[in-house]
Write a protein that binds this ligand. Sequence first.
Ligand code: ADP
Ligand code: MG
Length: 356
Amino acid sequence: MASEFEIIEQYFSFSNSNALGSASASSTVVGVGDDAACLKVGSEHLLVATDTLVSGVHFPADAEPVDIASRALNVNLSDFAAMGAVPQWLTLALTLPDNNEQWLSKFSASLARGCAKYGVSLVGGDTTRGPLTVTFTVMGVPITARTSAVNDDPSFTVPSLNSANCLRRSGAQAGDEVWVSGSLGKGAAALQMITQNHTARASWPITDRQRENLHAAFYAPVPQLRLGSALVGVASAAIDVSDGLLADAEHIASQSKVMLELNGDALPMHPALASLSDTVLAREWMLSGGDDYELFFTVPEKDHNKVVMLAKTVGVTCTLIGKVFDPAEYDAQYGERVILNGDGWTKPNEKGFKHF
Ligand code: ADP
Ligand code: MG
């Protein structure tokens, strides 16, 4: 059966080939397959990303409207972080089971707060009746000196990375370092906690503070926009960890046509997982749980110190977790694009969340 990614590749990537040579195709700088599309409009660039959240799939059916709005918005903004781009506009396609005004007023207030916080304007959408589904389309621009999220650092200038000054999944090169921001496993841990799916395997002692942290990590994941912008011109490739670390690493590896070697022992574990006695499960959550919304990126070795410095400026922990290799060196030996090393680390059967 075709996976979500095979469906996209087989049925919805037809404009990527540029076979028709149309004006619209030639102005597509980044098309299907990255965290956002990048489109040339006149002499400027526009970035576009869409995300849908379905009740009962992406959030529990009884989730609070305040939480649904913040999760839907932040998850979408995370794709902009992965492009190192600046979000500016938003459309909302909302499908509602009924016109519950109490629900709507809470959802709207939360969305308005998010828009104000991240500087985006809601400029359109569609409202329909059906099972609760929230679709956001975020539009924005590449980082420039004017919009730089790190332009409080006077030494920061936007380098000419590619024609559009955005991060892509396809630029990793042999010899590069592999980094990840923040910590891993919180998305999966939060999902377990929120769905109360405390099977014997998954229940674990956590403090009230950790409970709050996990709730926030799930319903208001922090889009790493400042870090993403700061990485433009430094990182050779980037993606946000939404499907799961291994699955997202594979997207980078296949689109960059490289091998990635990850060191399991170096992976930054979210503190709430530390008290989990089932270490196999903790590792599984970090490797394939998904929903962490951290940035996974590659950097030329010579720029190691730049990452250390910019992480400090932005105030986000970044951890070196692996290295990029030429596939010619490895293919014959392993036959896979992402290698996991470290003491007792093995890949779980499911590498990440798949809809199909
Ligand atoms: P992300 O997890 O970063 O949001 P997805 O895994 O949802 O990315 O999608 C991967 C790529 O496929 C993205 O470039 C997205 O725009 C594209 N895509 C997904 N579904 C479709 C579709 N139905 N038609 C065209 N492009 C799609
Ligand atoms: Mg993404």
